[in-house]
Ligand binder design. Structure first.
Ligand code: MG
Ligand code: ZN
Length: 221
């Protein structure tokens, strides 16, 4: 019996991811991998983000879902190029899935690709997709102790978007403690406090995204 170690699978994934990254870079495209638990509001944040961003930045989307194409249908409604990856039960995207999906996007016309990972805070953190940065989302409905419980994703993230901030008055979520905890895990994290519903914090987040496409990641200085 041949035993395949998880380490080897992860190595193969990392090799493919590195190729994906080079492929994005060949087209001057910045790529981001959005990770959160289910229901943190990734698709809703994406919809609002695309609405505010798409006139400034040419953006494409790769939508990961376990079974349905509902999120991709929502994004396609915004007139943005979108490719659906249906993982058929797998609880995370991997670099090979993204390698196939990115071929379907008009990369030569794009500045930014946003990859919505499957809702899961654990294994998506371990699978490099070839993104430049991981972005973690955390909704205030989840409780402010998520970073301490799932440090892996927050350690590897470049930015954290705290979502559904309009709910703060109804919850015991301690925003200051949460931000402090996040910075303890990773002291150079960018933290955005947003509500896709009210629009608060969205400009700041969208401007940061736009700035990534004008910087060294995109081959521009
Ligand atoms: Mg979604
Ligand atoms: Zn998984």
């Amino acid at each position: 019996m041949k035993v395949i170690l998880a380490r080897d699978l992860l190595q193969a994934n990392s090799d493919q991811a590195q190729q994906n990254r080079l492929f994005f870079e060949r087209f001057g495209v910045v790529s981001l991998n959005l990770i959160s638990s289910p229901g943190a509001g990734k698709t809703t944040l994406l919809e609002k983000t695309l609405f505010l961003l798409k006139d400034k930045v040419a953006v494409g989307v790769i939508e990961g879902d376990i079974f349905t194409d509902r999120d991709a249908v929502r994004i396609a409604g915004l007139d943005v190029p979108v490719v659906q990856i249906n993982t058929q039960g797998t609880c995370h995207l991997d670099a090979r899935m993204v390698a196939r999906a990115m071929q379907e996007l008009p990369l030569a016309e794009l500045d930014l690709v946003l990859i919505e990972n499957v809702g899961n805070l654990v294994c998506p953190a371990a699978f490099d997709l070839g993104e430049h940065y991981k972005i973690a989302l955390l909704s205030v409905a989840e409780g402010s102790d998520k970073p301490a419980k799932y440090p892996g994703v927050f350690q590897r993230a470049r930015a954290v978007v705290i979502t559904k901030a309009d709910l703060l008055p109804h919850l015991d979520f301690d925003l200051d403690a949460c931000e402090e905890e996040l910075l303890e895990i990773h002291d150079s994290l960018e933290i955005f406090v947003t509500s896709a519903k009210s629009g608060s914090g969205m400009r700041h987040w969208v401007n940061w995204l736009a700035s990534l496409t004008k910087g060294p990641l995109a081959g521009r200085v």
